[in-house]
Design a protein around this ligand. Structure first.
Ligand code: SF4
Length: 340
């Protein structure tokens, strides 16, 4: 629950903005109507204070016109679009640190229905098109306040050849189990070895709660499940001390819970950081134990000259082999979408 909720005048003009206003007010939270469309009061005297204020602020705004111009998002999906920006959790490696600028307030988009209605422009003719909705937020983390994910899943359930993908570290899946998704939404859960999750993923659901949620999502409807296609995103993979033992324990738990045929994919993402994301993360989490030592990493440069630090070739090879072998052995029917 945020400490402060604000709505802009433009957002309040949107029917979904009204709905958000009422839904959040009904949960006992006061929603402040702003005088103009600028969100102020997010800065404290230090970066850490700004972080605290912003993370506790939920702003209902209209997404800017650029949000209607979708960008590709390989290798995860064809296109990305956004229900919101920001997330109330506190992962010390959070990938938003490198992609969103300014204080990390949570912005929920009141013009979501218009964004959804515009997606058809990006659909490919007679071919499936995939849309990723969790590049800038964890959509399930806000669902109790917004209901936006339910709207989005239903929307894709009615599209003929469009598919939604999103990922979460939360487990409040119950309200989404019985909605008509028509198999068009792949519900992915992000998981990690227990010591990584415990040490670095503040404010998220525990790993075992996420795995239980995953089972429920995949179970057939007649067994009380959601009958969703599911996905496991293992991220960020880190060679912590005794990593084989810890990740093996995670796979064991997964195998026990997914002991029935289901439509399952894996995405494998090793830890990486950029000079910019490292600076932001160290401001947000000055006492973090997250390893971000450039000296032990390899450098990758993109076509715009941006640098990121990844594990060395040898470490990558060891990790990749281990994860692929585990998956092939334990989940022979699942597909591995990519390793990065
Ligand atoms: Fe960032 Fe995802 Fe953690 Fe939220 S759940 S803080 S978006 S890494």
């Amino acid at each position: 629950m945020p400490k402060r909720v604000v709505i802009t005048p433009d957002a309040l003009k949107e029917p979904y903005g009204q709905e958000l206003y009422e839904r959040i007010t009904n949960q006992g939270l006061a929603v402040e109507i702003l005088k103009n469309n600028r969100i102020t009061g997010l800065r404290g005297t230090t970066e850490r204070e700004t972080y605290k204020i912003a993370k506790n602020t939920l702003a209902i705004v209209n997404a800017p016109p650029s949000s209607f111009n979708l960008r590709p998002i390989p290798p995860s999906a064809d296109w990305q679009f956004h229900l919101a920006e920001g997330c109330p959790a506190h992962c010390q490696y959070c990938y938003l640190a490198g992609s969103l600028s300014g204080p990390p307030a949570i912005r929920v988009f009141a013009n979501l229905p218009a964004i959804l209605d515009s997606l058809y422009r990006f659909e490919r003719l007679n071919q499936p098109t995939t849309f990723e909705a969790s590049c800038y937020t964890d959509p399930l983390s806000l669902e109790h306040l917004t209901g936006g994910l339910e709207k989005t899943i239903k929307f894709f359930g009615e599209r003929e050849n469009s598919y939604l993908r999103f990922v979460t570290k939360f487990d409040a899946i119950q309200p989404l189990l019985n909605i008509p998704h028509n198999g068009h939404s792949r519900f992915r859960i992000s998981l990690n070895a227990e010591p990584v999750a415990r040490r670095l993923e503040g404010g998220t659901a525990s790993v075992s709660a996420r795995i239980k949620a995953l089972r429920k999502l995949a179970l057939p409807r007649e067994q009380g499940g959601g009958n969703y296609p599911i996905g496991i995103v293992l991220a960020p993979i880190m060679p912590i001390p005794n990593w084989e033992e810890h990740y093996n324990a995670l796979f064991e738990q997964l195998e026990q819970h997914l002991d029935f045929p289901c439509d399952l994919t894996f995405e494998l993402i090793s830890h990486r950081f950029t000079p910019g994301s490292k600076d932001v993360l160290l401001e947000w989490y000055p006492n973090t134990s997250l390893e971000m030592d450039e000296a032990t990493r390899s450098t990758k440069t993109n076509k715009f000259g941006g640098r990121k630090f990844v594990y060395t070739k040898e470490v990558m090879k060891q990790l990749k082999t281990f994860f692929e072998q585990q998956i092939v052995r334990r989940f022979p029917k699942a597909s591995i979408l990519y390793w990065t």
